[in-house]
Design a protein around this ligand. Structure first.
Ligand code: NAD
Length: 339
């Protein structure tokens, strides 16, 4: 089948790594891809004219106006190339008969490995050493870290990513405590991980790492009160969702020395900041600005997923979903996002 024989798909908010991971799949899929670097919204939705589907990311605004415009042009499939779907008006999509699909899982290893990389960078001060050595400063002052071996790590949320993170820490020789309302007891026994009550996990862990979804129950689960239950000088890792953590409480704990280090790949107000090059303009977010001033805070801009393997898995699943839609085949149930 020639490229494009099954229909055209418009991609939005694309970066060079998106284009690279999807481009190679066009010919084999029989789908034609066009890549836009701008985000999809009602005002530019005419760009999807003639397409069978749009493929979007976390910051494209799929509100009712945009969905109505798409449906009016006969575009009835929205494929998210990510797991989260909080940027879509699902009620409007259902009313308009627009099918929304996502990638529920890609590489849990990518996120778990990035979590541990952040901790070790912060703990062993690799980022500071890198800059120092490049300036021919070979002194070691201020670079003292700690052995992970023998330390206690608390994993909050033992789903796909949390379990792999726990196993990596077990490999370092850490004690691993876990907290999850739905414990995986067989896995815990096999890996010598011990489920605890939240207050005990917080009280005994040298490092606490968050791996649960953002829900109304987990919003600001790390707040002034729960941080006060943590060990003095403990490290906090969040590669999950920004709103799990009350950033103001974290800043206060850092100022008091209550937290010894904080590594974040997500931030509660990251929308419009993360993924963008804002280096030429003043940062408007005072909380993020303050966080970035601490020498014991390390922030990456939601890049934990960014490996070749994860990008390839995202592209494979997304192209498969769009191909099924083009053929009229039933979508894979776990990928469909509904109310
Ligand atoms: P998952 O669904 O496999 O696991 C989530 C786990 O959290 C489940 O075991 C669930 O029982 C548990 N949980 C639910 N409520 C909880 C609570 N109140 N306290 C403790 N645990 C609770 O999800 P996953 O694939 O492991 O992903 C985990 C998180 O990582 C997600 O929130 C996702 O958004 C985030 N994530 C981040 C990136 C990134 O690039 N930074 C990439 C992918 C996923």
């Amino acid at each position: 089948m020639s490229a494009g024989g099954r229909g055209r798909v418009a991609f939005y908010d694309t970066k060079p790594y998106d284009t690279a991971s999807f481009e190679g799949k066009s010919a084999k899929s029989g789908l034609e891809f066009e890549f836009h670097d701008f985000r999809l919204s009602a005002s530019n939705s005419a760009s999807a004219q003639g397409c069978i589907a749009v493929c979007i990311f976390v910051n494209d605004r799929m509100d009712r106006d945009c969905l109505e415009a798409l449906a009016g042009m006969g575009v009835k499939l929205v494929a998210l190339r990510c797991a989260g779907f909080n940027n879509i008006d699902l009620e409007a999509a259902a009313e308009l008969g627009v099918l929304v699909v996502r990638v529920p899982a890609y590489s849990p290893y990518a996120v778990a490995e990035h979590t541990v990389a952040l901790l070790q960078t912060l703990n062993r001060k690799i980022h500071r050493a890198y800059n120092r050595v490049r300036e021919l400063n070979f002194s070691l002052g201020g670079l003292v870290g700690f052995d992970l071996h023998g330390k206690t790590v608390g994993i909050m949320g033992t789903g796909k990513i949390g379990r792999i993170t726990a196993q990596i820490f077990r490999g370092y020789g850490c004690e691993v405590l876990a907290y999850d309302p739905f414990p995986e007891n067989k896995w815990a026994d096999e890996n010598k991980v011990s489920y605890e009550k939240l207050e005990d996990l917080l009280a005994y862990s040298d490092v606490v790492s968050l791996h649960m979804p953002l829900t109304k129950d987990t919003f600001h689960i790390l707040n002034g009160e729960t941080i006060s239950q943590m060990k003095d000088g403990a490290f906090l890792l969040n590669t999950s969702r920004g709103k799990l953590v009350d950033s103001a409480a974290v800043i206060s704990a850092l100022k008091r020395g209550k937290l010894g280090g904080v590594a974040l790949d997500v931030y509660e107000e990251e929308e419009g900041v993360f993924f963008e090059d804002l280096s030429g303009s003043p940062l408007q977010d005072d909380v993020l600005s303050r966080l970035l001033t601490f020498p014991n805070v390390l922030v990456t801009a939601h890049q934990a997923f960014l490996t070749n393997e994860a990008l390839n898995a995202i592209a494979e699943t997304t192209v498969d979903s769009i191909g099924r839609y083009a053929d009229g085949t039933d979508p894979v149930e776990e990928r469909v996002v509904g109310l």
